[in-house]
Structures are given as C-alpha cells and as structure tokens.
Design a protein around this ligand. Structure first.
Ligand SMILES: CC(C)(COP(=O)(O)OP(=O)(O)OC[C@H]1O[C@@H](n2cnc3c(N)ncnc32)[C@H](O)[C@@H]1OP(=O)(O)O)[C@@H](O)C(=O)NCCC(=O)NCCS
Length: 219
C-alpha cells in the first residue's frame, strides 16, 4: 500500500487514539497521546495512506481539564450553526493507518507502541514503521532498543525477531488483566557492525519485496 511516514502531530491525536483503543482495548489507563507529544523523551511516527484522506468534524472535543478550550469550541459551533443553520463542513485530514513510538532514556530507545489498523495489516506497514523507528532511534544516538510484548502476540514477536530483537527476559503476569506474561526483547548495540549489516539486509529485502524506495520520515 502506498504510504509515507512522518512525525506525529497534534492533529493526528484523534486518529491515533482511535487505533490505540481498537487495538489495545484492555490497556488501562489508555495512553494520553496529547501528553506523549509534549513529553521530550517520547518520539512518535505515523504511517499515512498516500491515496486518501479522511473527513473529520471541525469541532474537536478538548480533552482533560481544558474546559475553556472546550467552551470556546462549543461557542464557535453555536455561532456557526446560528448563521448557517447546519454543522460546519468536515475538514480533510491525512489518513493515519498506523503509528509507532518509543521513549529515549539514556542510550536506550524503549518501543512503547506499534500498531496498524486491522484492515491495513499484512501489507508491510508494520515493518516500515519498525524500520522508521529504528532509523529515528539511531538518529537520536540510541545504542539499544528494548520492548515488552505479550507472550501470545506471535505476529509482533515475529516482526521484532526479523529485525534482530531477541528475548532477554520474561515478566510473569505483566499484563495484569489477563495475567499474561510479558516477553522482554532487546536488540544488540544498534550501532554495531553486525546489527547494521543485518538491518541493511532486511531493509533492502523489504524495498525489493514491496518495490519501493524506503521513504524518509518527514517532519
Ligand atoms: C504487529 C503489527 C504492527 C504488524 O503490522 P503489519 O502491518 O500487519 O505487519 P507487516 O505486514 O509489515 O509484516 C511484517 C512482519 O511481521 C510479522 N507478522 C505480521 N503479521 C503476522 C501474523 N499475522 N502472523 C505472523 N507473523 C506476522 C511477520 O514477521 C512479517 O514479515 P513477513 O511478511 O516476512 O512474514 C500488527 O499486527 C498490529 O498492529 N498488531 C496489533 C498491535 C500489536 O500487537 N502491537 C505490538 C505491541 S508490542
């Protein structure tokens, strides 16, 4: 699927939150992406469908304690409807089909999330997101990448293994709701010759398989 990667922006929060809720319904508390974007340690990328946009209502509900923001939006909507007798037209947005992010702590990039809309899976988007976060982590001078994944999540584990992650530990009952174990995975030093050689090889294979020049992450 033709898509491009770019850093996540404020206007992506609604779509990313929707994917997050759909894919991780039992995650509590759910991730607050507004706060994540304000967090200097956090870095998020979105994958956008290059062929289509989505329509969203112009009035977005403010989150959290932003009551004055919400009030002014309600007021603007009320004024619009008073004059035009209908809701404002929806605005077109880039269509986010997946996202991934990590936190940088010292020299470690800890993958916090990676997810693709169910209908867009198995088309190379998850792999491209992982390539992009590894690229970004290298750019930010990380030395290793780590993550936790459910023991039953064989699809994600297979993706991680393909990119050189290996199991380095097991957290018993880490996912509290289902009392499921968490598998800890890590790369070797991502600046090492052996990691780089493997990374370039799988990257190249990816580009040939999907017949594309690997897109750069736009800002
Ligand atoms: C994991 C996930 C991001 C993969 O996204 P995707 O776009 O479908 O993945 P891709 O098409 O790029 O596949 C890349 C690799 O992932 C692995 N993979 C993806 N789906 C798989 C599946 N259903 N079964 C086995 N392996 C799978 C394979 O190694 C695959 O490589 P291959 O095509 O050479 O076999 C996606 O399944 C997802 O969003 N899952 C729900 C969220 C989640 O579990 N995130 C991980 C949290 S730790």
């Amino acid at each position: 699927m033709p898509c491009y990667m770019r850093l996540m922006r404020k206007e992506d929060i609604a779509q990313v939150t929707k994917i997050d809720h759909e894919v991780f319904p039992t995650l509590w508390p759910p991730t607050n992406y507004k706060r994540e974007l304000e967090n200097r340690l956090a870095h998020y990328i979105v994958a956008c469908d290059a062929r289509e946009t989505v329509e969203e209502p112009r009035v977005e509900v403010a989150s959290g304690k932003d009551v004055s923001g919400l009030m002014s939006k309600v007021k603007r909507l009320f004024n619009y409807m008073r004059f035009f007798g209908e809701e404002p037209p929806p605005s077109s947005r880039e269509h986010v089909i997946g996202f991934a992010g990590f936190w940088i702590m010292a020299d470690e990039a800890h993958l916090t999330n990676i997810a693709v809309w169910e209908s867009s899976r198995r088309q190379g988007i998850g792999e491209l997101l992982l390539i992009s976060v590894i690229d970004l982590a290298m750019e930010l001078n990380a030395s290793i990448m780590t993550l936790e994944v459910r023991a039953s999540n064989t699809a994600a584990q297979s993706l991680y293994r393909k990119y050189g992650f290996i199991q380095v530990g097991l957290r018993r009952g880490y996912y509290i709701n289902e009392r499921e174990d968490g598998v800890l995975m890590s790369t070797e030093n991502i600046t090492s010759g052996s990691f780089q050689a493997h990374f370039q090889k799988v990257r190249q294979a990816y580009a040939e398989r999907w017949k594309l020049a690997l897109p750069k992450i736009t800002r």
